[in-house]
Design a binder for this molecule. Structure first.
Ligand SMILES: Cc1cc2nc3c(=O)[nH]c(=O)nc-3n(C[C@H](O)[C@H](O)[C@H](O)COP(=O)(O)OP(=O)(O)OC[C@H]3O[C@@H](n4cnc5c(N)ncnc54)[C@H](O)[C@@H]3O)c2cc1C
Length: 417
């Protein structure tokens, strides 16, 4: 034992486990990584603190690059048989002007659209596929509550289950436990905070046959509403100034309904479905990034390494891309060496840090050039760079690439056992 070692702390129970790779968090990043490592024949345990994947809305967008990864895995056709909606184009209505922003129909991918599907259906699908590999173990209702440290190296996690404590020893541990990550805090990592001027209130309203058929954002002076067409309902995101949710909720439900009616008059016949202000769930928007994603024995990916703004709806996509890159770069070392050398972990950060940084920069640009302007209540006209999308359709392919594929799209190259 060395100073700081935690392995012999009396946290373990009768069911202590060991594995090659332990992934903390069964979100998009953790489930995709677990699946890919198991597919390569690596003994992997994924821990998820919840009992199932059924949670509040937290993003339903499956982007073309994620669909392409499913194609690489041979799962795309089966996946697209699950109920979903498809959007080939994204648009914004700014004042009276409709601006088509992204046209996915020319992407060099098999699926040239964003698929909207409840995140739990997506995660259940990944869990089902991963379960087909004998080296995959998914422990639900298992919450990591500490890291095991041995000789200055992370050697696994401590966790709590309904039956007591558990020690899971691993040659490599992954933090994929999201934006409020315990792993990154326990590892001593502090994120760089990048501000966001807004928060979002998310709620659902039913959709009628004669409603608009697209997914779009409605921007009026002082207000903004994102409407995601989910077939039978609209997933609505009402964008508000950062920290203003309590004041807005204190105005009461009639005031909130009036704001939504002003932005989407076609919804006035169903605003009673919003029974109380508490039906609108607050997403406190954060953008942050870890300067260092790894230390010996540990790598952070997804929101744990970089929480994204909802601009462009790219958080799930980036999390999946991190998982693919990690599996591509770490599967062979995990298969061939007792402990994957730490420079392999640095290579994952080196590959994925630029896409995360560049995407956050673009999100910060949209936040300051468009969203802050809207929320400030100034008279609204589309900025020049957006007006160009109206007159030059070819330009719409650029945001389609950035949103649909991301800055550095990853293809599945990890081995299959
Ligand atoms: C309201 C809302 C709306 C969003 N909308 C979109 C959108 O439209 N499009 C988009 O791309 N992104 C969206 N996002 C962001 C998106 O959800 C995240 O970027 C994405 O889910 C990140 O994936 P992840 O796997 O890194 O982390 P997460 O999805 O956060 O997954 C982390 C997982 O770890 C589990 N966990 C946490 N702590 C522990 C622990 N100690 N032990 C075990 N398990 C633990 C959690 O339960 C969770 O399942 C939205 C987020 C929110 C909150």
């Amino acid at each position: 034992m060395e100073p700081g070692d935690t392995a012999s702390q009396p946290q373990g129970g009768a069911h202590d486990l060991s594995c090659r790779a332990c992934v903390v968090g069964g979100g998009p990043a953790g489930m995709m990584l677990g699946l890919l490592l198991a597919r390569a024949g690596i003994d992997v345990i994924v821990l998820e603190k919840h009992a199932d994947f059924l949670r509040d809305f937290r993003g339903d967008t499956i982007h073309p690059s994620t669909l392409e990864a499913l194609h690489d895995l041979g799962f795309l056709d089966e996946f697209l048989r699950l109920p979903h909606q498809e959007a080939q184009e994204l648009a914004a209505v700014i004042g009276d002007t409709r601006v088509p922003i992204a046209d996915f129909s020319h992407l060099p991918t098999h699926a040239k659209f964003i698929a909207f599907m409840p995140q739990w259906d997506f995660l259940n699908f990944l869990a089902r596929k991963a379960a087909a590999y004998p080296t995959f173990r998914l422990l639900m209702s298992t919450e990591a509550d500490g890291l095991i440290t041995e000789g200055g190296r992370i050697a696994g996690v401590r966790a709590k289950t309904k039956d007591g404590g558990l020690m899971i020893r691993a040659d490599l541990t992954f933090g994929a436990d999201g934006r409020h990550s315990l792993v990154r805090a326990e590892a001593g990592f502090a994120p760089i905070e990048i501000g966001a001027p807004m928060d979002v209130l998310w709620f659902k309203l039913s959709r009628r046959a004669d409603d608009p058929n697209e997914t779009f954002g409605r921007l009026e002076s002082g207000q903004m509403l994102v409407l995601i067409n989910r077939g039978e309902h609209w997933q609505c995101g009402y964008v508000i100034a950062k920290g203003s949710a309590d004041a807005l909720k204190a105005e009461g439900i009639e005031a909130l309904r009036a704001r939504i009616k002003a932005l989407a008059p076609f919804m006035s016949d169903r605003l009673a479905e919003l029974a109380s202000v508490d039906d609108a769930r607050l997403l406190s928007v954060a953008i942050d990034r870890l300067p260092l994603w790894h230390r010996p024995g540990l790598l952070c990916i997804g929101d744990c390494a970089h929480a994204m703004s909802p601009v462009g709806g790219v958080g799930i996509n980036l999390a999946i891309q991190d998982a693919i890159a990690a599996a591509n770069l770490l599967s062979v070392p995990l298969l061939s060496q007792p402990r994957p050398p730490d420079d392999c972990l640095a290579r994952v950060q080196a590959r994925r840090e630029f896409p995360a940084k560049a995407t956050q920069k673009m999100q910060a640009f949209i936040q300051s050039r468009v969203i802050s302007q809207v929320l400030s209540g100034k008279k609204l006209t589309p900025p020049l760079f957006l007006r160009l999308f109206i007159i030059w359709p070819l330009l719409r392919r650029l945001p389609a690439r950035l949103i649909g594929l991301g800055v550095r799209p990853e293809r599945v190259r990890s081995p299959q056992a």
